[in-house]
Design a protein around this ligand. Structure first.
Ligand code: HEC
Length: 386
């Protein structure tokens, strides 16, 4: 509805680049040619193709797309030349011409420095327990420079040559998760190769670093919500154990593919056929009435309070879409849903489109769900706004 053709092809291009590099690494690994670093196969080269830069530089992205198309046709021409004897000359001549004519993009935009863990992905499943673990590690190791709120204003920050960045902005989403892991474990350096942040590999292992990344994302979401009133970067619904009646506990993520609503507090929410409803009970509180499905771990309460940027979570409702992204928040005490509750929305929505949506029928939740479904979260891999 709101998606421009541009967004579609760019998403496709970035997905293609990411997927191709990942597959290459898998093949190397299967052949036994990739080393293992921090528990997963390591990227063997110093550079990689960058999705992040293409999002910023649309001109270069277009050049790259055309160049890839030229390369594909050139390859096809070579194949034709191999098998079609009579036209061999034309087919073989076409290939180099296409490669010369292709609008090659700037290498320094398309290729960026890689780390051995660039293509590694988090094994944590973004669980509430992992966020809780990250919270403790952050307080012990990172707060002195990065500050309790992640904005980079810790007590040690003034004494550093480089000011720590704001971790609650878009930075974490612009970087590949694997690159964040590498920087936490091995530190960062400036252009003159001088260390700017120390590495923590001697004190922390990769499981710790992945937990820290989960925590920083959750914290960043909460900070954005406090400062801007929305989630400009997509944030997932943390996974947690849920009990439904007498059945054995299951993970919240096992409902992926369906919309999920988490309602925090002691009062049982009404069920709704459009959503899976889970009641999140405050660890200290006793449930006055329990819904069919209940989560009650202290870590789950803490994680959602962090993401919702509030100390008073009770009464808050959070809705995740079918892909597991948190999209909407209902504030405590507010009856009904409105368009404003959609906190994670597309940047590209035009005013006309919003006006149309605002005028949808009186069922606020229905309109919200319709918008949520029509505007899926994009560009997550490239690490940018959706
Ligand atoms: C001694 C101060 C200090 C400590 C302690 C510290 N950092 Fe940093 N951190 C920095 C500075 C300075 C930068 C900016 C580095 C740069 O841009 O070159 C930074 C950058 C980062 C970045 C952004 C990296 C990027 O890709 O641009 C992340 C993520 C990060 N720190 C996480 C952490 C975590 C997690 C911890 C705790 C385990 C931690 N930091 C501890 C000073 C610190």
């Amino acid at each position: 509805m709101n998606s421009t053709p541009e967004a579609d092809w760019l998403n496709l291009l970035i997905g293609l680049l990411q997927g191709a590099q990942l597959q290459l690494l898998r093949v190397l690994d299967a052949l036994g040619l990739a080393q293992q670093v921090h528990g997963q196969p390591a990227w063997p080269w110093a550079r990689r193709l960058s999705g992040e830069n293409l999002l910023i530089d649309l001109g270069q992205a277009r050049s790259l797309a055309w160049t890839l198309a030229c390369m594909a046709v050139a390859l096809l021409a070579l194949l034709v030349g191999l098998f079609w004897r009579r036209r061999r000359f034309y087919a073989l001549a076409l290939a180099p011409m296409l490669l010369i004519a292709a609008p090659w993009p700037d290498a320094h935009v398309v290729l960026v420095p890689a780390t051995p863990t660039s293509f590694q992905s988090s094994p944590t499943g973004f669980t509430a327990a992992s966020i809780a673990k990250g919270r403790v590690l952050y307080a012990q190791n990172c707060v002195a420079c990065h500050g309790a709120d992640g904005k980079g204003e810790g007590p040690l920050a003034v004494s550093l040559a480089v000011w720590p960045p704001n971790l609650s902005g878009p930075l974490l989403w612009r970087r590949a998760d694997g690159d964040l892991l590498w920087r936490i474990l091995h530190g960062t350096r400036d252009a003159q190769r001088q260390p700017t942040m120390p590495g923590f590999a001697e004190r922390l292992d990769e499981a710790d670093a992945w937990a820290l990344i989960d925590y920083m994302k959750a914290q960043g979401a909460g900070q954005s919500l406090r400062a801007l009133g929305n989630w400009p970067q997509p944030i997932g619904l943390p996974d947690m154990a849920v009990r439904c009646g007498a059945q054995p506990p299951r993970w919240l993520a096992s409902w992926r593919g369906q919309r999920v609503r988490v309602v925090a507090g002691d009062a049982a929410p009404a069920e709704d056929p459009r959503l899976v409803t889970v009641q999140l009970i405050q660890p200290s509180g006793a449930a006055l009435a329990a819904a069919d499905c209940v989560a009650d771990s202290p870590a789950a309460w803490e994680a959602l309070a962090l993401i919702a940027g509030t100390d008073r979570l009770a009464g808050t409702q959070l809705i995740a879409d079918r892909d597991g992204w948190l999209r909407a928040r209902g504030e405590p005490g507010k009856a009904g849903w409105s368009d404003d509750d959609l906190l994670c929305r597309s940047e590209r929505t035009t005013p006309a489109a919003s006006a149309k949506n605002a005028a949808l029928p009186a069922d606020g939740l229905g309109a919200l769900i319709a918008r949520m479904d029509a505007e899926p979260v994009r560009f997550v891999k490239g690490g940018f706004i959706h």
